[in-house]
Design a protein around this ligand. Structure first.
Ligand code: HEM
Length: 516
């Protein structure tokens, strides 16, 4: 027997080891499941298959509509099993508020993702980190860049880039998806690295590719190692998913490091000001956390800061083209403040007079949430709620699409209807919707995201009308907002008058020609 094993090919040994690990895992799971079911009590479960549970029932795309169907069937909460994890979906604001918001001290960690977090991100991507000291240190650093008191740092870049944006809409309307990307990316690159981005810049495309790789890998069932973390105990050479993960990690690191190196070279040549990354990399925290961690912190800001704002702007265009009633109202208000003969562009300083625009921006965070079924948070201690008993390690997510489109939560929820946010909380960016997530894991960049979208929307609506292309209806439930290589939907854009066109030329040209 010993001789026989010694004589086997390497691949047979791998298979034997793999089968042994899986069988051991299954036996262990059956025993622990029995004890677990006796001790804990969960909301209704979606029936699934043995071992894999509901892993392959959750679609990779269009998860929002799936979440709605399940919530209709099972009520305010339901449970499913994805990989080895138990997920509880929270389907109303009431339960999200009670658990993920009010008890966020214990509802704020993340699942163990051996592939996506440990290998592809080297454990350094803030979005995927467990709730621990490292996460706190990185959130603190991000806060110093992204907090509201830093708005004056962002405002001049948002002003410049949104002028550039309307210029692109006037001259390159067929590439507006690319213009939206450039706008969002260039703001964050200007603040963090002191440089602007060009339309279709290959470096920007590479950044979007890195971000998209991670989002795809995070989807439940996308990676066997994340679905069955026990596989991470296999010897490294037998982890067949590892080389791909390590390649992705190196690619991300190269993309982030390139920006820092470029900046350092400019500083050495005296062509750039000292700015945030250089101070950060020289700071004592960096020595503690390591250079790779700091590069990933900067990378996360670049990725998260660009992708989200451009998707929301895309959604607003779709909302404007498919339902013009709110556009007319917004344009009437903009005309009241700036005149209908296009003498000057909307400005941040007029925000108090433009509450309807602020409400429209809030509505864009609610309307078709980009994190369709939320982003799961892991419970770190056993907890009890309304007769249920949850063990530490359970994942909780806010069923975002379902809540946003539930008529018991919002009147006429399918409509893009800014009026719903015309109340005393209009200026509270996060109140009244879950677009930025709940509790302590709430999006770090919501102030920057909100102001990006605000200035873009005010200027786009003042200057342009948006219409559907005849015969090509935009389906706002199924459009792929994350598409960055081509337009996610067809839309017709018309400048409102020759005077508006002249204003865009005047202001936009200067912006396009500004270089630093
Ligand atoms: C404009 C629209 C934006 C939307 C709709 C959005 C949405 C979200 C959501 C849903 C999460 C997950 C929250 C959770 O797990 O509870 C998140 C996390 C995050 N967002 Fe945003 N975001 C936006 C803009 C931004 C911007 C502009 C930045 C940075 C410049 C940013 C940086 C981050 C980071 C770093 C995290 C990870 C937080 C953590 O896990 O601790 N986001 N965002």
């Amino acid at each position: 027997m010993v001789l026989h094993i010694a004589g086997l090919e390497g691949s047979s040994v791998a298979t034997t080891l793999f089968v042994a690990v899986v069988v051991l895992g299954i036996v262990q799971k059956i025993v622990s499941n029995h004890l677990y079911n006796k001790k804990y009590k969960f909301p209704p479960r979606i029936p699934g298959l043995p071992i894999v549970g509901n892993t392959f029932q959750l679609p990779l795309n269009q998860q929002g509509p799936w979440g709605i169907v399940q919530a209709k069937k099972y009520g305010e909460m339901f449970t499913c099993k994805i990989g080895v994890n138990t997920w509880v979906f929270l389907n109303s604001s009431r339960v999200v508020n009670d658990l993920m918001e009010k008890r966020s001290g214990i509802y704020s960690s993340r699942a163990n993702l051996p592939m996506t977090s440990n290998i592809m991100s080297g454990g350094c991507r803030v979005l995927l980190m467990q709730y621990n000291e490292r996460w706190r240190a990185i959130r603190k650093i991000m806060h110093t860049i992204l907090n509201k008191t830093n708005s004056p740092t962002f405002a001049p870049f948002q002003d410049l880039e949104s002028k550039h944006l309307i210029y692109e809409y006037l001259h390159n309307a067929d590439k507006l998806y690319s213009a939206n990307q450039r706008f969002a990316n260039s703001i964050i690159m200007s603040v963090v690295f002191g440089k602007r981005m060009e339309l279709d810049d290959p470096k920007m495309i590479e950044l979007f590719e890195t971000a998209n790789e991670i989002i795809a890998a995070m989807q439940p069932g996308a990676s066997i190692a994340d679905a069955l973390p026990i596989l991470e105990n296999l010897p490294k050479p037998l982890q067949w998913w590892r080389p791909r993960g390590e390649r992705e990690f190196q690619k991300g690191l190269r993309v982030y490091r390139r920006e820092v190196d470029e900046l350092r070279a400019k500083i050495k040549a005296g062509t750039a000001k000292d700015c945030f990354p250089v101070q950060l990399l020289a700071a004592p925290e960096t020595a503690k956390l390591g250079v790779t961690q700091m590069l990933f912190a900067l990378g996360s800001i670049m990725e998260a800061g660009s992708d989200t704002s451009r998707m929301i702007i895309s959604q607003i265009l779709a909302a404007a083209a498919t339902d013009g009633h709110w556009v007319k109202k917004a344009q009437a208000l903009l005309d009241e403040v700036y005149g209908s003969n296009a003498e000057r562009l909307p400005e941040f300083s007029d925000r108090p007079k433009l509450k309807y625009i602020t409400a429209a921006v809030k509505e864009s965070f609610r309307w078709r949430p980009i994190a369709e079924i939320g982003v799961p948070h892991m419970l770190t201690e056993d907890d009890e709620y309304e007769g249920y008993k949850f063990p530490a390690g359970t994942l909780f997510t806010w069923n975002s699409f379902n809540i946003a489109l539930d008529p018991t939560e919002y009147d006429e929820p399918e409509r893009f209807w800014p009026e719903r946010f015309m109340n005393k909380d209009v200026n509270n960016v996060v109140k009244g919707h879950w677009g930025f997530g709940p509790g302590r894991r709430i999006c770090s960049g919501y102030n920057v995201g909100e102001t990006n979208v605000w200035i873009a929307l005010a200027r786009l609506l003042y200057c342009f009308d948006f219409e559907e292309v005849p015969g090509e209806h935009i389906d706002t439930f199924t459009s792929n907002w994350s598409e960055y290589r081509w337009a996610p939907f067809p839309v017709r854009i018309k400048v409102r008058s020759p005077k508006h066109a002249a204003l865009i030329e005047r202001e936009g040209k200067v912006a396009v020609e500004t270089n630093y």
